[in-house]
Design a protein around this ligand. Structure first.
Ligand code: ISJ
Length: 364
């Protein structure tokens, strides 16, 4: 269920930090505000209530709340939608524009922004998270590149194992982390979802940001195959140094970072849908994958992503020497072109696949 617009100032506390927008004024702070602030805040609340009631919104029962919430979205987002479209096009052209595109900050715009941020989902915040996740992925690859292939990690030859060492470590780590609630988060997807133990920690009272039918999308089998069969041979040296457990632990971290990034496509898709339901809905109803793929693709953004991750691989992966003359210029721990290729050939296409899969279910 999509979070309601009422009470979000409370619920947003449980959203991951990166998804929280700027704080709306909390209701219990009203008593501390000046009269003008109070009046303006109250007027906004009243306007929302009016929007809701004029749209037959009801706050009784879960389905009604969802309906009410999306009806509210339609009204309050309507005016900003064109602004957003223009802004998105500017972004796609590589122009960083954080200002009102048409300079119109009058009635409607503010409400749309505050309800957007109350939900905590904006294309900007979601993209910021993807950018931050690039750092994690690049560092994980650098860590894995410390070790050579170490094939006994993968071929089942480590004594006492029925499967491979890496499979055992991933399965057992996931089981442990499941018990402490890792997979209660919609951002996390296990590689071995079968027979995971239940979480022992009390559930958070999180607002559900994703549409329920999209939460179960899990393409980790594809990510596993891609990582071991295609990516790994591109950036690790052949050899065996006996560091099997640290090697498998690095693989686990790479897999988790890639999986999180790729499944983050669910959040990207949700925010794109919320921004322009009228663009996406016909293709969703027709279950038209190709049109959805076209709608959600921003080629210029992808170009920037590739260039940025390549640069990150250069900056994070260079040898740092105190004496400038000793600098091994152009020598990197992971070949930057491999990182760019990883994003071009696998990370971005798989993120888009997740987005399409999510959107196909978005109206069900
Ligand atoms: C993630 C997005 O959707 C698509 C996928 C991208 C990616 O995986 O980095 C980048 C641009 C889009 O083509 C986005 O628009 O930011």
């Amino acid at each position: 269920m999509i979070p309601t617009t009422t009470g979000d100032h409370h619920n947003r506390q449980h959203l991951p930090l990166h998804l929280r927008g700027p704080s709306p004024p909390p209701a219990n702070k009203l008593t501390d505000c000046s009269k003008a602030t109070k009046d303006s805040f109250r007027a906004k609340i009243e306007k929302r209530e009016w929007n809701r009631s004029s749209n037959n919104g009801s706050t009784t029962g879960n389905d009604d709340v969802t309906l009410c919430s999306s009806s509210f979205d339609k009204i309050s987002f309507h005016k900003d939608r064109n602004k957003r479209r223009v802004r998105r096009n500017l972004e796609a052209d590589g122009i960083d524009n954080n200002e009102d595109v048409d300079g119109d900050s009058s009635e409607g715009g503010d409400d749309a922004k505050s309800s957007d941020s109350a939900r905590g989902l904006t294309l900007d915040s979601v993209r910021e998270s993807l950018i931050r996740q690039e750092d994690t992925i690049v560092f994980c690859l650098i860590e894995r590149a410390k070790y050579p292939t170490n094939s006994p990690v993968y071929d089942g030859s480590v004594a006492g194992m029925s499967g491979s060492l890496v499979e055992y470590i991933v399965k057992e780590t996931e089981a442990l982390q499941a018990k402490v609630g890792r997979y209660e988060s919609p951002e996390e997807n296990p590689f071995f979802p079968e027979n995971l133990p239940p979480s022992m920690v009390p559930p958070h009272d999180d607002p559900e940001v994703l549409h329920p039918s999209g939460t179960s999308i899990n393409i980790n089998k594809t990510i596993w195959d891609m990582y071991f069969n295609q990516l790994l041979p591109l950036f690790v040296q052949k050899g065996n140094d006996g560091n099997y457990v640290p090697t498998a632990a690095c693989d686990l971290h790479c897999l988790q970072a890639l999986s999180r990034r790729i499944h983050y496509g669910k959040f990207v898709a949700e925010v794109k849908f919320i921004d322009a339901p009228e663009d996406y809905s016909p293709a969703i109803q027709a279950q038209d994958r190709a049109t959805l793929m076209g709608l959600l693709t921003f080629e210029k953004v992808e170009e920037m992503v590739k260039r940025r991750v390549e640069k990150k691989a250069m900056v994070f992966g260079q040898e740092v020497c105190l004496n400038d003359e000793d600098d091994k210029k152009g020598k990197y721990k992971v070949d930057p072109s491999v990182v760019s290729r990883l994003y071009e050939e696998w990370v971005m296409p798989l993120t888009k696949l997740v987005q399409v899969e999510y959107l196909l279910r978005r109206l069900s």
